[in-house]
Design a binder for this molecule. Structure first.
Ligand SMILES: N[C@@H](CCC[C@H](N)C(=O)O)C(=O)O
Length: 307
């Protein structure tokens, strides 16, 4: 919000969407007049007392948001992404595909290429043209996610009696990738796995657990910073594909040949390609499943939980 109003007195429209079952509350707010402090985001994402979601996509015109104004010439829309606990993240890979699907559905953009401003910079999204009669949300959406950075310092991740070294990968947001024997070794992931040394990630980290399924084919689970275990994580899948490629001795920058990994998640499948220039592309579905109005009480600026 850019200092316009602090309380909502009328019902506010929302939509609900997901990308490989990483689900989001979508709040269209082109002029950035809706106040969304962490407490309100937490209530909207609550699966029992709210709408429910792994995160929230606040859809704002870049020119209307102080964090995106500088990107407005390049990208008309800003994805103001929040985790389910209300915390802010730099980037959300599934979220940006769902964000683009919303813009298409609302008539703001058509299929083809689209630039979206995010806290991780401007991302180019390609909305595939759906075959006639295949449904409004048919067709995959591809995002150019930028380059992966592989910081040298690693952390050890521990769940109960298991500990694993990790490959740290930054996709705009931080990831620690652990190659494990069985996905079940990560336990129920109700609690955040511990990692050490903690100082490597003072703002927390997303943690991926990965097994091999075949040649350039892996499966993963993820514990997301600010959201808990989710059924998919787009930036996580990109981090996993890059970590798996390096582990397999593949670096497109060295060979000049792009590499594609199939990444299976509990909520679906993502295809991740790393190009010789380092660009990581992610392709997968994005659908809108509902729309309605948010009761003003849910948006009230109070810490009191809804009964
Ligand atoms: N689910 C997202 C990642 C969302 C942000 C993450 N929890 C963080 O705090 O970095 C994705 O699809 O990338």
């Amino acid at each position: 919000m850019d200092g316009v109003s602090t309380s909502q007195t009328s019902a506010v429209p929302f939509l609900k969407g997901h990308g490989t079952e990483n689900d989001f509350v979508i709040v269209p707010d082109p002029d950035n007049v809706i106040d969304l402090p962490a407490s309100v985001v937490g209530r909207l994402c609550d699966r029992r007392a709210g709408i429910g979601g792994d995160g929230l996509l606040h859809v704002v015109r870049s020119a209307a948001h102080p964090e995106a104004r500088a990107m407005a010439d390049e990208a008309a829309w800003f994805m103001d992404y929040r985790n389910a606990d209300g915390s802010i993240a730099e980037m959300c890979g599934n979220g940006v595909r769902v964000f683009a699907r919303y813009l298409q559905r609302a008539g703001h953009v058509e299929s083809g290429d689209l630039a979206v401003a995010t806290r991780g910079g401007v991302k180019t999204v390609h909305i595939a043209k759906a075959a006639p009669d295949s449904g409004a949300d048919a067709g995959d959406i591809t995002v150019s996610m930028g380059r992966a950075a592989l910081p040298g310092q690693t952390v050890t991740v521990t769940v109960q009696e298991h500990s694993w070294p990790t490959q740290n990968v930054n996709m705009g947001n931080p990831h620690a990738v652990a190659f494990v024997e069985h996905l079940d070794d990560a336990g129920n992931l109700y609690a955040e796995p511990s990692f050490s040394p903690a100082a490597v990630y003072p703002d927390g980290v997303n943690i991926e657990f990965v097994v091999d399924r075949g040649e350039r084919h892996v499966a993963m689970r993820v514990h997301e910073r600010g959201s808990g275990e989710t059924r998919s994580c787009g930036t996580g899948a990109c981090a996993v594909a890059v970590a798996a490629a390096r582990r397999d001795g593949i670096d497109p920058a060295a060979t000049g040949v792009p590499v594609t990994y199939t990444v299976d998640l509990p909520g679906g499948r993502l295809m991740i390609t790393e190009r010789p220039d380092g660009e990581v592309e992610m392709t997968g579905p994005a659908v809108i499943v509902a729309e309605g109005y948010i009761e003003p009480a849910l948006l009230a600026q109070t810490e009191t939980p809804l009964g």
